[in-house]
Design a protein around this ligand. Structure first.
Ligand code: FEO
Length: 405
């Protein structure tokens, strides 16, 4: 049975919730699911904005049919060819044989690479092209690498609606909510956390490209943002754009410390705990502690984007960096983390190498600096180590206070 909702007189939400997928891109946990958003515009020409993942096809086809209410479909805009948004395109083309696809030339190539039979059904558009559907006029804006190279967003100047593709998206199913102003206060933080985790892990690498898109968007009178995942933004758009601006410039939202700790037998963890204790006692209000063996890196990455300082605590393992810590550092490099102040705690029973190796790995990150003296444990925390950890906490607290003032 269909489940749709009117956004305004002409636009209807026809997207779907996916509560069955465990891992987004088969990588990132989805404890609260994800939505695949799709929108149907009814005008002289009827236009479908993107499709959904194949797993939710049945609900989606019913939604589109109900929203069309007996009318035919004229166009399908493909802003982004990734399968979570384009997998059901073929079936839509079969069901609506007169419909034509509007997308970038690169999107056409990607659709064909993914095996979609679109060769004679596509009209390619490029940056700045405008298409009128009757009352509504749509301008296409190239947004390469937000999140793939073929991505375009589009702006309906009649209603001030930005169809933003993956930009401004979020993990988490909609659960009856469609607009951000329908989220109640207690849930708002959960939404922002999942929006941050989505942005930082999915689009975070491409801050420069997001900045270019934000500059283009600044010239538009945007009244509503319709992304391909998560809630529609219409009430406090400026607040979310401000977050996007910070994230895409790799600027922290808050002065605070993420402790990313790997520990085999609890000794490195004990050192990190002593450090956390000392930080809070020195007035550092925002300390987030992660056991990287237990917490998926997507959560740690989101926290690293959020806060200014990072402590990496790791045992030496096979003469290298403890694998879960190494994995996190790889993610940091892949996601282009910049502009963070980082401290290191290392451990080992012999040939203690991981601190040096972590330092070498971090050299590849832009505008990151090492703060304080590296603390080296030999198997467990000694009295000297304890003093060094407290000195490191003091150095971090001093740095935070200096940056605050
Ligand atoms: Fe939601 Fe880049 O796909």
């Amino acid at each position: 049975m269909y489940n749709i909702r009117k956004i305004d007189d002409d636009l209807t939400f026809v997207g779907v919730n996916d509560r069955r997928l465990n891992l987004f891109e088969n990588v990132h946990p989805l404890p609260e699911g994800v939505s695949y958003n799709s929108y149907l515009l009814k005008d002289k020409k009827n236009v479908l904005f993107d499709t959904v993942d194949w797993s939710c096809g049945r609900q989606f086809f019913e939604n589109v049919e109900a929203a069309l209410d007996g009318q035919d479909l004229d166009y399908i805009v493909v802003h982004h060819a990734e399968p979570d948004h384009a997998a059901t395109l073929d079936e839509i083309l079969i069901r609506y044989p007169k419909a034509r696809v509007l997308c970038s030339a690169k999107a056409k190539t990607f659709l064909e690479q993914f095996g979609h039979d679109v060769a004679n059904r596509v009209d390619t558009v490029k940056n700045g092209d405008t298409v009128s559907f009757g009352k509504h006029e749509l301008t296409f804006i190239a947004a390469p690498m937000v999140h793939w190279p073929e991505v375009m967003v589009s702006f309906d100047s009649t209603t001030g609606t930005l169809f933003s593709a993956d930009a401004f998206g979020s993990f988490k199913t909609l659960d009856g909510v469609l607009f951000e102003d329908e989220i109640n206060g207690a849930e708002e933080i959960a939404w922002l956390n999942e929006a941050r985790r989505y942005y930082t892990n999915i689009v975070g690498k491409y801050g420069k490209n997001v900045q270019m898109l934000l500059k283009k968007a600044a010239g538009l009178d945007i009244k509503m943002i319709c992304p391909l995942h998560g809630v529609i933004w219409r009430h406090d758009i400026a607040r979310f754009i401000e977050k996007y601006d910070l994230w895409s410039r790799y600027e922290p939202e808050h002065l605070g410390v993420v402790i990313a700790c790997g520990s085999m037998y609890g000794n490195t963890e004990q050192a990190a705990d002593i450090l956390a204790n000392a930080l809070v006692q020195r007035g550092v209000k925002r300390v987030r502690f992660f056991d990287v063996s237990k917490t998926h890196p997507s959560y740690v990455i989101a926290a690293i984007f959020r806060y200014s300082h990072l402590v990496i605590a790791s045992p030496t393992y096979n003469l290298g960096i403890y694998p879960p810590v190494h994995n996190l550092i790889d993610d940091m490099k892949n996601l282009n983390i910049q502009n963070r102040t980082i401290s290191i705690v290392e451990n080992g029973s012999w040939a203690i190498k991981c601190g040096t190796l972590i330092g070498e790995e971090l050299e590849g990150l832009s505008d990151c600096s090492i703060l304080g003296n590296r603390v080296t444990l030999k198997s467990s925390v000694s009295e000297d180590n304890r003093e060094s950890l407290i000195a490191l906490a003091q150095a971090i607290a001093d740095d935070i206070y200096a940056k605050k003032n």
